[in-house]
Design a protein around this ligand. Sequence first.
Ligand SMILES: [Zn+2]
Ligand SMILES: [Zn+2]
Length: 136
Amino acid sequence: MPEKKMNKHSGRCICGRVKFTVDIDEIPRVYNCHCLDCRKAFGGMITIIDLRDGALKIEKQNLGIFTQLGGSGNEIKNYFCKTCTAPIFRYVSLWKRNYLFAGLLDNIDFIKNAKNIFYKDSHFPFMKIEEEELTI
Ligand SMILES: [Zn+2]
Ligand SMILES: [Zn+2]
């Protein structure tokens, strides 16, 4: 497989106790998750970036973990800042993948597109979503 072009990015939470660097594909895979769990946890849709293995460099001592069960019954671990509670990233055991909460990045200009997921029964009517449902 050809080597993907990656760029290094930095990010931090609101209070700054959690800081990280992350390698992200030049054209990242980005999802807007509208599922009921995200809505309840974060108050609405969340935007996440699918990360490659080992892409995220972060110190874990300031992170809290909330574990939930996904629709498949597999664990989903949500990592957040223990101080300001900002969500940082999520580990989905079904896919063995980390997903970064995109809003934590210092620079978001490179995120040009995002696919909407799990919106059928759960998105706000003021959001017009015309694409086909896609599940990851
Ligand atoms: Zn914080
Ligand atoms: Zn969700």
